[in-house]
Write a protein that binds this ligand. Structure first.
Ligand SMILES: Nc1ncnc2c1ncn2[C@@H]1O[C@H](COP(=O)(O)OP(=O)(O)OP(=O)(O)O)[C@@H](O)[C@H]1O
Ligand SMILES: [Mg+2]
Length: 382
């Protein structure tokens, strides 16, 4: 993670230095401003990740400071914390109305409260990734292999076999997602709308309460980018926070990254409790799969972290499971047969395959592979 920048705006030098020292101890890059005007200039020039400002400034009012930041596109959702000696509830209210996300009063509790906020915003460490729900990341080397269908159907099977568990699916396929179409979600919330919110708004409670629950599928969905044009606006640094929030709020988080290995998605594979790779039986997909597996090995995603699923096997064309294993030099964990038009039917009616065709062998395979994935992910975690 790149070092995060925090700007402290306070006309009182001693108070500013005190907070700066405390935050420097936590290894943040600290900037300081002595007035509101200076604070605005530094914010727009240096682009800090968080601004902590005393609303009682010598030149402009804190409310004006916040309102100016909120009125500018670059800083509409910048996390903004008021740190003030003014306990008056009216002042708290007017600061919040002007755009401060949090209001902390200068007291013995101020430093622990600030620490709590910065940890919530930036505190992503390996140790923290090990906490919270199990994360499984679904991917493939080539498009159209059935990754999104597998991701949604696996999530549904997990929630069916563990009705008390909270299961979420996040669609991070760029530039356009598809799980919303598979499950029939037509709402407006998606990875873009959520990542545009301030990190202070998207806390654990937000993900528990505001993520739509999908009927029949029994999971909560963070839908993907609705169109390629908009996906360019996705703030990569926010994706990480969103994933952390989801992990804290759900027992299982299944993330679809499709075939897009990028600087956003590679860290997700590296920190997943299990990576699930979809492979199809044609020679060109197998060859790309071999290349991607080799690449991932160099990035610390080793073979034993990856659960492999061969899709559309036993069709007339394509390689057998044995042939695919020989070409890749690995063991394939599960194989889903070619389902003719049935999979497409289930998808186009927005129904889980297992509900639409409960007695089909593929339903049994979905169920079994979901169970194995959980077992492997748990084992890796411990
Ligand atoms: N085993 C199968 N038998 C028949 N059809 C299948 C099978 N697996 C997937 N399909 C069909 O293939 C199509 C593509 O599936 P899906 O969207 O899940 O693939 P994907 O890998 O996520 O694609 P994309 O690259 O577009 O993200 C869907 O219409 C699905 O119903
Ligand atoms: Mg897909």
């Amino acid at each position: 993670m790149p070092q995060k920048k925090i700007l402290i705006v306070d006309s009182d030098v001693a108070s500013r230095n005190f907070i700066a020292r405390k935050l420097q101890d936590l290894k943040f890059d600290i900037l300081q401003a002595g007035s509101g005007k200076e604070g605005l200039i530094f914010t727009w020039r240096d682009r800090p990740d968080l601004v902590i400002a005393d609303p009682v400034l010598t030149d402009i009012k804190g409310e004006e400071f916040a309102a100016k930041l909120r009125a500018d596109a670059r800083t509409v959702s910048l996390p903004l914390v008021a740190l003030s000696s003014d306990h008056n509830p009216m002042r708290v209210r007017s600061c919040q109305d002007a755009g401060f996300n949090e209001y902390i009063t200068k007291s013995g509790q101020a430093v622990p409260m600030l620490t709590d906020i910065v940890n919530r915003l930036f505190g992503i460490s390996k140790a923290e990734m090990q906490q919270g729900g199990l994360m499984m990341v679904f991917f493939s080397a080539k498009g159209g292999t059935g990754t999104s269908s597998l991701c949604a159907n696996t999530a549904m099977n997990i929630s069916k076999s563990q009705p008390e568990a909270r299961v979420a699916v996040a669609d991070l396929v760029l530039p356009i997602g598809s799980i919303d179409r598979i499950v029939g979600y037509e709402g407006v919330q998606n990875i873009l709308t959520v990542s545009q919110k301030s990190p202070l708004q998207t806390d654990k409670e937000f993900f528990q309460k505001e993520l739509p629950s999908i009927e029949l599928w029994n999971f909560n969905l963070l839908a993907g980018s609705p169109d390629p044009e908009l996906s360019g606006q996705l703030d990569a640094s926010r994706v990480w926070d969103v994933i952390m929030g989801l992990k804290q709020s759900y027992d299982y988080l299944l993330v679809d990254i499709g075939r897009s290995l990028s600087k956003i998605t590679l860290p997700l594979l590296q920190h997943a409790d299990l990576a699930v790779m979809m492979i199809s039986t044609d020679v060109s997909t197998i060859s790309l799969t071999d290349t991607v597996l080799g690449y991932l090995e160099t990035k610390g995603v080793s073979q034993e972290m990856i659960y492999t699923v061969l899709n559309r096997h036993a069709s007339l064309e394509g390689l057998s499971k044995r042939e695919a294993e020989t070409m890749l030099g690995i063991q394939i964990n599960a194989a889903i047969p070619y389902l003719g038009p049935n999979f497409g039917f289930a998808n186009s009616q927005h129904r889980p395959f297992t509900l639409k065709f409960p007695t089909d062998t593929a339903s049994i395979i979905f169920h079994e592979s979901a169970r194995e994935m959980i077992e492997l992910a748990r084992k890796r975690r411990s």
